[in-house]
Design a protein around this ligand. Structure first.
Ligand code: PGA
Length: 249
């Protein structure tokens, strides 16, 4: 079953979040779609969206969190606080956070804290356009994965999202064939890090995924799902994405 993660970023207010979530749950149930869905609303909406999800099987995710459990950290949200309101997944190291200064060392602390709290980290990695043009993409991915996952062991599940920075929110996705190659590279790096444990790691693609292009990605076994930003905030388009993804059960 493919895994679809909706990253609503800071784009959806509470009324829209509830409407979107309700419409999507209804659609999945009605069509009996074989797809695993995680919704990642803003912090202020998680709890209300969670109540709506109830026993639907659709899971809750957060878009970020802090690595400490408790203390004088104004403005931060801890893993335990997220767990308390039903969160199961957390996006970490998104390029929009890296662009604001988040480092791989910090992402590493967050991954460890998430796993300790039994949250499933969705680790985002990807190269910039400059790095891609310089042919450095594989090196960049290997470096990010090594630092972000340093000392991380004994986990049940981690999701790695390959998100080329130049493809996020631009309308210019990676080609499925290239994405497959990059996923294979990520798998290889993970194997060198983990040997057997890498079985607990799913690799998904993100960056300008739409209803039109999702099928091209999902038909490849190596691409285990998608992280969808902009298109996940439009009900009609997102439902179409889920419908197509469910064909590749
Ligand atoms: P996008 O965003 O689908 O709007 O390109 C993807 C992401 O930021 O995860």
């Amino acid at each position: 079953m493919k895994l679809i993660i909706a990253n609503w970023k800071m784009r959806v207010d509470l009324a829209k979040a509830l409407k979107l979530a309700g419409s999507v749950i209804h659609f999945i149930e009605d069509k009996r779609l074989a797809v695993k869905l995680v919704l990642c609303p803003s912090f202020t909406e998680i709890e209300e969206v969670g109540k709506l999800l109830g026993q639907s099987g659709v899971e809750l995710g957060a878009q970020d969190m802090f690595w400490e459990q408790k203390g004088a950290f104004t403005g931060e949200v801890s893993p335990e606080m997220l767990k308390e309101i039903g969160v199961k997944y957390v996006i970490l190291g998104h390029s929009e956070r890296r662009a604001l200064g988040e480092t791989d060392a910090e992402i590493n602390k967050k991954i460890k804290a998430a796993l300790k709290a039994e949250l499933v980290p969705i680790l985002c990695v990807g190269e910039t356009l400059v790095e891609r043009r310089a042919g450095k993409e594989k090196r960049v991915l290997a470096r990010q994965l090594k630092i972000d996952l340093e000392g991380v062991a004994g986990f049940k599940q981690i999701i790695v999202a390959y998100e080329p920075v130049w493809a996020i929110g631009t309308g210019v996705p990676e080609s499925p064939a290239e994405a497959v190659k990059m996923h294979a590279h990520i798998r290889k790096v993970l194997k060198s890090l983990y040997k057997k444990a890498e079985r607990g790691i799913a690799i998904i693609y993100g960056g300008s995924v739409t209803a039109k292009n999702i099928g091209g990605f999902m038909r490849h076994e190596e691409i285990e799902g998608a992280l969808v930003g902009g298109a996940s905030t439009k009900a009609v388009e997102f439902k179409q994405i889920l419908k197509v993804a469910a064909k590749y059960d």
